[in-house]
Design a protein around this ligand. Sequence first.
Ligand SMILES: C[C@@]1(CC(=O)O)C2=NC(=C\c3[nH]c(c(CCC(=O)O)c3CC(=O)O)Cc3[nH]c(c(CC(=O)O)c3CCC(=O)O)/C=C3\N/C(=C\2)[C@@H](CCC(=O)O)[C@]3(C)CC(=O)O)/[C@H]1CCC(=O)O
Ligand SMILES: C[S@@+](CC[C@H](N)C(=O)[O-])C[C@H]1O[C@@H](n2cnc3c(N)ncnc32)[C@H](O)[C@@H]1O
Length: 244
Amino acid sequence: MMQQPGRLIGLGVGPGDPELITVKALRLLRESPVVAYFVAKGKKGNAFGIIEAHLQDAQTLLPLVYPVTTEALPAPLSYEQVISDFYDAAGEELAAHLDAGRDVAVICEGDPFFYGSYMYLHDRLAERYEAEVVPGVCSMLGGASVLGAPLVYRNQSLSVLSGVLPHEDLKRRLADADAAVIMKLGRNFPKVRQVLEELGLAERALYVERATMANQKIVPLDQVEPMSSPYFSLIIVPGERWQG
Ligand SMILES: C[C@@]1(CC(=O)O)C2=NC(=C\c3[nH]c(c(CCC(=O)O)c3CC(=O)O)Cc3[nH]c(c(CC(=O)O)c3CCC(=O)O)/C=C3\N/C(=C\2)[C@@H](CCC(=O)O)[C@]3(C)CC(=O)O)/[C@H]1CCC(=O)O
Ligand SMILES: C[S@@+](CC[C@H](N)C(=O)[O-])C[C@H]1O[C@@H](n2cnc3c(N)ncnc32)[C@H](O)[C@@H]1O
């Protein structure tokens, strides 16, 4: 008899505070024989840290270690090719478990479909296997809550921007925004702050590192050490308050 394949599950585990995981994510995490997670080389993994207390001995752990995040690559290697090969290999690793009939939960910090690596596995596997995605509280909402910053009033629109954008692109998009969230700071922080200053937005902007995590840090934007900003930080430019 053909083995019934396992299910691929993208599990959002929230922005850091272990209590911000959903009841559904926790149930599916406990029920999954295989738990996969992305992690940078030499790190523990932010998503992993959120859920590790719930793991049981019988569960198989599958760390998916990024071959590169910020390191320069020797020619002829390109970042895109290395990353794409890595996702292909990770997809096949998961497929072996799914073919053997085992469900695989891929845990994701925040929400799986909001800049989450799970998306690249989903794109590779969701047509071959049954896939379920459980949304999570994303970092910008965790960030807004700890910063005490209502994001958008009435008919304002919110722009979510990547700090990786070049200076001029970022400036144009921010100049047009009612309210904005800027993700992916890290080495991009000095450029992002410079753009906010040029637009006169720096005073309205709020900065947080590792929002809702145990080592969360909120620092006034003008006091952030330029090269100390971690990748897991973001900036919020809240919409102008509506005096309703
Ligand atoms: C290259 C760079 C550019 C960029 O962000 O675009 C980039 N990651 C960078 C840095 C970095 N990444 C991580 C750390 C350690 C953090 C720590 O542990 O403290 C550091 C910092 C460091 O190494 O110093 C870990 C990490 N990253 C992702 C997850 C999984 C997840 O969140 O799901 C986790 C682990 C989560 C966990 O631990 O749970 C996910 C993504 N990271 C991507 C790209 C995309 C995948 C590649 C692609 O397809 O391009 C994707 C999927 C986002 C996307 O596609 O949007 C940027 C350099 C910026 C710069 O120039 O400074
Ligand atoms: C690869 S994306 C993952 C986003 C995640 N899937 C989510 O739903 O928020 C990583 C970026 O999300 C932001 N981020 C994720 N978690 C964060 C947190 N707890 N505090 C601040 N920023 C965070 C940072 O801007 C970081 O560069």
